[in-house]
Ligand binder design. Sequence first.
Ligand code: AHR
Length: 549
Amino acid sequence: MLVTTPSRDLATGLVSALSATTTGTSPDTSTGPGSAPTDGPARVVIDLDLPGATISRHLYGHFAEHLGRCIYEGFFVGEDSALPNTRGIRDDVVAALRALRIPNLRWPGGCFADDYHWKDGIGPREERPRMVNSHWGDIVEDNSFGTHEFMDLVELLDTEAYVNGNVGSGTVAEMSEWIEYLTRADDSPMASLRRENGRDEPWKVPFFGIGNEAWGCGGNMRAEDYAALARQYSTYVRDQGGDPGNTVTRIAAGASDDDFAWTEALMRAVKNLEGRDGEAGPYQAISMHYYTMSGPWEDKGSATEFSQEEWYRTLSRAARAEELVARHSTVMDHYDPHKKVGLVFDEWGTWWNVEPGTNPGFLYQQNTVRDALVASIHFDGFHRHADRLIMANIAQTVNVLQAMILTDPESGALVLTPTYHVFAMNAGHQDARALDAHVLLPEEPAEVDGRALPMISASASTTGATALVSLSNLDAAEPRTLVLDLRGRSVTGHTARVLTGASSAAHNTPEQPDAVAPAELSDVRAHERGLEVTLPPHSFATVELQLAD
Ligand code: AHR
């Protein structure tokens, strides 16, 4: 089955050599989740004693935009809400996300970021000016959730802030003052203003975005024009001194999908890439965005009602994310062989048609077992590219696109999605070291959407004392038995968990919150090569191994 991949408002000018393989007609097996043939049973071969790059915990990052019911109702209900809250922030949402150990939270957008003027969101709430949220529903935003509320949320979550600045409609001075307001300790004008608004200590802001999607909603710019602005704006996002000080990773707004020319323009504009001394500058990372959908942009498909063909097409498109990471990394390698500049995949996930009856501008969608496998496939790819990929942010955390948490608009009841459970089951990969996981399958991979799609996706990591193996069975209908061929270290014990549902479209609701929830995977047996595991159809599993000294 060959289906054309959708493209969003792409900039022109592709890097032809790279693009050719992503748009060709024969299945591409050069990047992305691979498998090799074998005469024997299906196997995943892991050398437990050969750890590779560290998988940054920031690959499990999050995103909260002023969009639909993400901030308002999702995170923030106000102090007067009947729902238990701390200074207006929902306690149940905080508890659920703390359990995930979310490493960072991006805010305030997305497209909203390039309309946002941060000074409108400080000071007494009743005096804050209003604005129009033109991208998302064309509604009036009252700015009641602003800088102090966001940083309060960050502290309650025990996470790190990724603040996204405004290039499209903002000024250099505005951006410069925001980082001063956030992170400066002394009595500078902005630090004093922060104190007047009730916060004495500076906050830490380790990540700062220099605009968003500058090729589209962030200003409709050409790559070279934006690259020049990214250099200029980044210069004024200063590390503020003081004790203990704040060091910022500045993230230039990167490409959509396979726009490698955009990445190349940004890489050409970075300074200090020669040699090992000296920091890259004036920005230290560049981003990329790619969303998974089963149809074209105009009709992305239903979140919950899909055919088997759409199931496989969706998973193939999820696998394309790794291919894109690999190819953007190749462009970066050319200019930056020492990997001084990080790649930040700060918007990824499924994008379906909105749930029937909901505001089309609010991007509210359900989340099924299919979304869970989209997430697990992304993570397998992220782990394999941990040497260049320093951060990733799913879009978005609550009530928007591929959310972790859905809240009921009437009762406020909170539901954890299948995607939430993948993040929870994979949490042990955070800051562990990647292990190669070679997938060997007796059958040829299916060709789906112009891409070879093996029915097993896998990745692994180790902390030294333990190893974590993630396994996805992409087969919609059949279970899969495979051998974990474990080499190089002795395994002294294991625990295994599985996530699946009665159907590939199973999902959680307030009435059935655990229709898709992790359970013990009992179908694991000792095998002469390690372990033999049977995965149910359309399932995700993790096997944690205890390793001998
Ligand atoms: O996540 C929704 C939107 O998708 C973001 O605001 C924008 O950056 C992207 O186009």
